[in-house]
Design a protein around this ligand. Structure first.
Ligand SMILES: *[C@@H]1O[C@H](CO)[C@@H](O)[C@H](O)[C@H]1NC(C)=O
Ligand SMILES: *[C@@H]1O[C@H](CO)[C@@H](O)[C@H](O)[C@H]1NC(C)=O
Ligand SMILES: *[C@@H]1O[C@H](CO)[C@@H](O)[C@H](O)[C@H]1NC(C)=O
Ligand SMILES: *[C@@H]1O[C@H](CO)[C@@H](O)[C@H](O)[C@H]1NC(C)=O
Ligand SMILES: *[C@@H]1O[C@H](CO)[C@@H](O)[C@H](O)[C@H]1NC(C)=O
Ligand SMILES: *[C@@H]1O[C@H](CO)[C@@H](O)[C@H](O)[C@H]1NC(C)=O
Ligand SMILES: *[C@@H]1O[C@H](CO)[C@@H](O)[C@H](O)[C@H]1NC(C)=O
Ligand SMILES: *[C@@H]1O[C@H](CO)[C@@H](O)[C@H](O)[C@H]1NC(C)=O
Ligand SMILES: *[C@@H]1O[C@H](CO)[C@@H](O)[C@H](O)[C@H]1NC(C)=O
Ligand SMILES: *[C@@H]1O[C@H](CO)[C@@H](O)[C@H](O)[C@H]1NC(C)=O
Ligand SMILES: *[C@@H]1O[C@H](CO)[C@@H](O)[C@H](O)[C@H]1NC(C)=O
Ligand SMILES: CC(=O)N[C@H]1CO[C@H](CO)[C@@H](O)[C@@H]1O
Ligand SMILES: [Ca+2]
Ligand SMILES: [Ca+2]
Ligand SMILES: [Ca+2]
Length: 706
């Protein structure tokens, strides 16, 4: 179908499901709330023990791995509570139909209450509700200006144990109710069969490890690829506004880049993924950054989670937080797109690790005032936590107990959310350190002449700080938190100097918003990766109310709508590559430039397989793919730009890598090897390959060992 036509149809579906044009490209002014649907609110008791998947429900709520009754209808019932809290986007646990049978691990019964054991990507889970109930939730959310984020887990289905074919559903996959395959009956190779158990003779492993083996999809299979594309289309048609991709570390960048391109061409919406990164020294750190730079999918900010928790829970120095902000700023191309959080469903809740709500409040003040989109894990505002066995999974997923709108955390989030939504410096601003020590942190964010100054003290001593330089203009500033965290009023003198006296255990926020911006400034282009013909949103300030131009490089684009702080455009026909976006007012006043990535065309995942490249897999030899399109690095030999390093098969003879490439395009390519900084190109003439128009591509190159 013609893409433009499809967008029109989709827009129509949206508009019928709620209100006017819904902005989903960028979440820089949003506040996300993460809900474990089963544990939030039971809005429909009829679906608690469905006939197609009976006995997975525990009304006593003592079996923590069974369903407890929460559902779509329950979330809908609580939308006013969430809106009152200041939430603008709901990330709900995967709504997709999950396995219908009980799985027992070491005698503990498991239902897929969490949503990460998929069965049918084309249908909602019956414990959570019907399509009608999902649609009703989406429409109700849209009516109050709230977005719904789909949690999408395309890495795997459900537990499968090849040694025990009677085990559960064996990772079975269905297509809108029709059985397709399972891990044992897998004629068309939907799944990888690389094993999970290392040692089949080890009793411990065969009894325990195998059961945890999730049936892993082979995305290079055209059937799987088509199925997943259909699935995304289905949920997009049902009105989702964003996508959180589970386990991005476990799928190829090439496949995911092509998926993101599909979404951005149909209905551009914010996407972010889960790449578990323990710290900056992680061996996959560079891979994670490159994924974020080049896939079109942003990430959950695990690095900031770590330093945030270290600082506020475990009394590490604030220097650690400042370092994390600096490093991510340098290393990520789009650190403002990161989704930040204090806790989530995979780690103990903050209060389990340190039961001082005063510290949690300070952490919230920090979370909402630094770059990124804050995500609040359900119940944080009610101080929800269960500390059993250290409070991690599943104890970090208790049933929501109260919906009290008077807790300090509730009031704080409400105020912080309003600030975030209304302040350009909190959405796009640069971070500037003012002063710091182990227990005190003063920083500023600026965008144009808009400023937010934040001062946090987590010690029990008063901090006197004199002669601090700020960007705030001369004047008197009230604490934007209304003293909720013991903040107070300051005076800024004509040299923009301040002297502050931070009360113990306090956070203060002082703010200045430029009324009439004198010049155009771009704060965000979204998405950051797209192709000619896609729709792109430019946010910032000072664009004025008279239409000017938006250029990609030197090429002007078609303007769809123009307002003082947001312009929507259609990307012109331009050469693929890194391109600068600029806004120029009708009087010639020109903005800063914002660097984005323009793809060569509709993207197709192509798997390259080279048999018998004559190198060893020692750490000095690295095999890369280069070629004549932007996606292959335009014949560069810079490993940061080309694709790779390629993976080596376990038997050591086959090199492979999945790359996202422009459809219906004849490409040229070659591999090269880097050995101790010496680059050796594949000999002979350039190889050629025509990327298919749809589906997936596969290139097999036979080489003979010389
Ligand atoms: C195996 O899968 C095929 C579809 O690929 C299906 O027709 C057949 O019934 C399945 N067999 C079993 C034993 O489930
Ligand atoms: C993805 O699937 C593989 C294969 O079953 C599994 O080993 C891995 O744990 C899965 N990843 C996640 C994050 O669930
Ligand atoms: C979050 O930070 C804490 C440090 O307090 C760390 O222990 C934990 O592993 C981090 N969680 C993730 C998922 O990275
Ligand atoms: C936090 O660390 C600082 C510096 O080491 C120390 O002075 C302070 O007493 C610690 N606070 C707590 C509550 O342990
Ligand atoms: C990511 O992008 C930033 C900014 O362009 C760049 O400095 C960095 O080298 C890139 N990192 C990787 C791993 O691609
Ligand atoms: C945590 O603090 C609250 C009061 O703030 C108290 O009621 C509760 O008992 C404490 N929990 C633990 C485990 O110390
Ligand atoms: C935490 O969970 C345990 C186990 O179900 C339960 O016995 C206990 O009452 C819970 N604690 C709280 C504070 O809800
Ligand atoms: C264009 O208009 C803006 C806003 O009215 C003004 O601030 C700016 O100075 C003008 N630029 C030029 C080049 O005239
Ligand atoms: C885009 O530009 C290229 C090169 O100038 C041209 O070959 C192509 O036909 C143009 N495509 C469209 C849709 O205008
Ligand atoms: C090596 O492994 C690859 C990938 O699993 C397989 O396709 C190939 O046939 C194997 N080659 C040999 C010689 O075993
Ligand atoms: C073959 O590849 C090289 C880069 O390695 C490129 O410069 C050259 O133009 C290509 N040859 C042809 C005939 O396209
Ligand atoms: C006296 C006082 O209020 N001290 C506080 C300093 O900040 C920490 C963290 O919030 C609190 O634990 C202290 O009670
Ligand atoms: Ca229910
Ligand atoms: Ca089910
Ligand atoms: Ca950066």
């Amino acid at each position: 179908m013609n893409t433009k036509l499809l967008i029109l149809i989709l827009l129509k579906v949206y508009n019928s499901s709620g209100g006017p044009y819904f902005y989903r490209e960028s979440y820089k002014s949003d506040v996300i709330y993460q809900i474990v649907t089963d544990r939030f609110f039971d809005g429909n008791t009829q679906n608690n023990d469905p006939s197609e998947s009976p006995h997975l429900y525990d009304p006593t709520k003592t079996e923590w791995k069974l369903y407890w009754g929460g559902d779509f209808a329950g979330i809908e019932r609580k939308l006013m509570y969430l809106r009152d809290l200041g939430i603008t986007a709901l990330w709900i646990s995967p709504p997709i139909d999950n396995t219908n049978v009980m799985v027992s691990y070491v005698g503990i019964p498991n239902g897929a209450y969490h949503g990460y054991w998929a069965r049918d990507f084309q249908r909602p889970e019956e414990h959570f509700g019907t399509w009608a109930e999902f649609d009703s939730l989406v429409a109700a959310a849209h009516r109050v200006g709230m977005k719904i984020v789909l949690d999408w887990a395309p890495n795997h289905t459900s537990p499968a144990d090849p040694l025990d074919p009677s085990f559960a559903e064996m990772g079975a996959i269905y297509n809108n109710g029709d059985y397709v395959a399972d891990y044992v009956n897998d004629t068309h190779r939907w799944f990888h069969h690389n094993g999970g158990i290392e040692d089949w003779d080890d009793a411990y492993e065969s009894q325990y490890l195998n059961i945890a083996d999730l049936a892993d999809f082979d995305h290079s299979n055209a059937l799987v690829n088509d199925y997943m594309r259909e699935s995304l289309l289905t949920w997009i048609k049902h009105g989702i506004d964003g996508i959180r991709v589970d386990a991005i570390k476990h799928m190829t960048r090439g496949w995911q880049t092509a998926m993101a391109d599909q979404v951005n061409s149909l209905m551009p919406m914010f996407m972010f993924g889960e790449w578990y990164l323990q710290d900056f020294k992680n061996p996959l750190y560079t891979d994670a950054i490159r994924f974020s730079n080049e896939s079109g999918i942003s990430q959950l900010d695990f690095l900031l989670n770590r330093s945030l928790r270290d600082t506020f829970i475990f009394n590490h120095t604030f220097q650690e937080l400042e370092d994390a902000l600096r490093l991510t700023e340098t290393d990520y191309a789009y650190e403002h797109n990161l989704v930040t959080f204090i806790d989530n469903h995979d780690m103990p809740r903050f209060l389990t690790e340190n039961n001082q709500t005063s510290l949690l409040h300070l952490a919230l003040a920090f979370l909402f005032t630094v770059r990124g989109t804050p995500c609040v894990y359900y119940g944080l505002e009610q101080y929800l936590h269960n500390d059993t066995s250290g409070g991690s999974d599943p104890w970090n997923r208790p049933m929501m107990k109260s919906f009290d709108t008077t807790t300090t955390a509730f009031r704080l989030i409400k105020i912080l959310s309003a600030l975030k939504q209304g302040h350009p410096a909190l959405q796009f601003g640069q971070h500037q350190l003012i002063s710091l020590d182990h227990e005190m942190y003063v920083y500023e964010r600026t965008f144009g002449t808009s400023v937010v100054l934040v001062a946090i003290n987590k010690s029990d001593k008063t901090h006197q700080l004199t002669e601090l330089q700020t960007q705030l203009p001369k004047g008197v500033y009230d604490d934007q938190l209304y003293g909720l965290l013991k903040g107070y009023r300051i005076d800024v003198d004509s040299n923009r100097k301040i002297s502050i006296n931070l009360p113990p255990g306090s956070a203060s926020i002082w703010s200045y918003i430029e009324q009439e911006s004198a010049f155009p400034i771009i704060g965000s282009v979204a998405p950051v990766q797209f192709r000619s013909g896609n729709r792109v949103a430019i946010d910032g300030s000072g664009f004025g109310n008279r239409q000017g131009t938006v250029s990609f490089g030197h090429t002007p684009s078609l303007i769809e709508t123009w307002s003082n702080n947001r312009v929507l455009v259609t990307v012109p026909n331009i050469t693929a590559g890194h391109t600068d976006v600029t806004v120029t007012l009708s009087n010639g006043s020109k903005s800063n430039s914002y660097s984005v990535r323009v793809l060569s065309g509709p993207q197709i995942p192509v798997t390259f397989i080279y048999n018998n490249i004559p190198v060893n897999n020692d750490s000095h030899n690295r095999v890369y793919l280069s070629g004549n399109v932007f996606e292959l690095g335009n014949w560069s030999s810079d490993p940061k730009v080309v694709q790779g390093p390629m993976f080596l098969s376990q038997n050591g003879t086959q090199w492979f890598f999945t790359v996202s490439l422009p459809a219906s395009t004849n490409i040229q390519f070659k591999y090269f090897v880097i050995n101790n900084n010496i680059i050796t190109w594949e000999q002979g003439t350039n190889r050629t390959y025509t990327v298919p128009a749809n589906g997936v591509g596969k290139v097999v190159v036979e080489r003979f060992i010389i």
